[in-house]
Design a protein around this ligand. Structure first.
Ligand SMILES: [Zn+2]
Ligand SMILES: [Zn+2]
Length: 146
């Protein structure tokens, strides 16, 4: 299954090739609201080697809660593209709004819904957690989808 994506200016192109549909989830935490300048962030969790990036990127690395996270952005227009964290080695979390056709996919989970903006109604039956789920809880939802 393949996806392509790009930043706002088109300088960076992204190709994503995954064996099974990579899990898409929305994070409503305050940091994601600030990072995105929006109500929530849409993330796709992918194996790092499934992602091919062309173009110049700039990175921003931060340490928080005992983990180091590196954010990749277009070096020209600064669209956020994906990040890596040592909390999930070998994975990259793609900002799914940059993908072509992301509108065909619905998030399988919503996290940090205690920070969700009150005007957003979530569909019934979709997994949600007040904060972050444990890796086991999240994996259980992913395996239901597969
Ligand atoms: Zn750009
Ligand atoms: Zn978040």
């Amino acid at each position: 299954m393949g996806f392509t994506g790009q930043c706002r200016c088109g300088q960076v192109q992204l190709h994503l090739q995954v064996q099974t549909l990579a899990p898409l989830y929305a994070c409503h935490c305050l940091n994601c609201q600030r990072w995105s300048g929006s109500a929530f962030a849409l993330h796709m969790l992918c194996p790092a080697q499934a992602i091919e990036v062309s173009g110049n990127t700039q990175t921003y690395t931060l340490a928080a809660e005992g983990h180091t996270s590196t954010q990749y952005a277009c070096g020209t227009c600064f669209t956020r593209l994906f990040n890596e964290t040592d909390a999930a080695p070998g994975m990259r979390v793609v900002r799914a709004g940059i993908l072509h056709g992301a509108d065909r996919l619905a998030p399988l989970a919503h996290i940090w819904v205690k920070r969700k903006q009150p005007w957003i109604s979530l569909p019934e039956g979709v997994a949600q957690w007040p904060q972050s789920p444990t890796p086991e809880e999240f994996a259980a939802v992913i395996s239901e989808q597969a």
